[in-house]
Design a protein around this ligand. Structure first.
Ligand SMILES: O=C(O)CCC(=O)C(=O)O
Ligand SMILES: [Fe+2]
Length: 235
């Protein structure tokens, strides 16, 4: 994905980043397989596709267990999400934030946003910069240690749970000027369900104090809407 092409929802400046995508490896459903683009084979790097696939599948499995815990928290069956995420449209996205060569004006490495998907798993990034916004509006550093994962709730889960689980607003700030010459690398795993999953607010998350906050929509429709807003696909 070319540099500067993606911008956060509602922001005109492109983010200062470039990235690769590893997508779903559908091995048991010919119809579903046609829904996703083929993963691109990189012949120049011997281990690239193998390591990408292994990383994808390990993070996918980890995310599945996290969603099981969240399902229990939402008073759902423990395995509620399992069928929705099997062969889901999840993405492993290694990102490179290149050295900054000139005054970026209003552009940042990643402008403030909520992720589109159910949950995001972030392995320790190489280089600081990630911040999350607290409920009181203050931004705090969110730096995972090598043996830790940062886990964000995304907008799809926030809709489905009527905001009982709030989408984590986060951003990647530019480094101080003396570190402009350094790259940053990060590797989020975005857990997405299959496109036909209904994100309609769960009945169990609606009551008098917390009326239904979101319109009914499927994951596929919601993703499409958001990709248009991010400048990644055309209407
Ligand atoms: O670079 C990071 O650590 C986070 C990237 C991110 O938030 C995103 O790509 O959605
Ligand atoms: Fe994000």
């Amino acid at each position: 994905m070319s540099f500067g092409k993606e911008s956060a929802k509602g922001k005109k400046e492109g983010d200062l980043k470039e990235f690769w995508h590893f997508g779903q490896y559908v091995e048991d459903d010919a119809e579903r397989r046609k829904e996703y683009p083929e993963n691109v084979e990189v012949k120049e790097l011997d281990q690239f596709n193998k390591v990408g696939k292994e990383t994808y599948q390990m993070l996918e499995k980890t995310a599945k267990y996290v969603l099981r815990a969240l399902a229990l928290y939402l008073n759902l069956e423990e395995t509620y999400f399992d069928n929705y995420i099997h062969n889901g449209n999840s993405i492993l996205r290694p990102i490179h934030y290149p050295p900054i060569k000139q005054e970026p004006k209003n552009a940042v490495r990643a402008a403030a946003h909520g992720d589109i998907n159910l949950i995001t798993l972030l392995m320790g990034a190489q280089g600081r910069g990630l911040q999350v916004q607290r409920n009181d509006g203050e931004w705090i550093d969110a730096i995972a240690e090598p043996d830790e994962l940062m886990i964000n709730v995304g907008d799809m889960l926030s809709r489905h749970s009527n905001n009982k689980l709030k989408s984590t607003i986060h951003r990647v700030i530019n480094p101080p000027r003396e570190l402009w010459g350094t790259s940053r690398y990060s590797m989020p795993f975005f857990m997405h369900p299959v496109s036909e999953m209904k994100l309609d607010v769960l009945e169990s998350c609606i009551d008098e104090d917390n009326p239904k906050q979101f319109e009914d929509i499927t994951a596929g429709e919601f993703l499409n809407e958001r990709l248009i807003e991010l400048g990644l696909i055309k209407k």
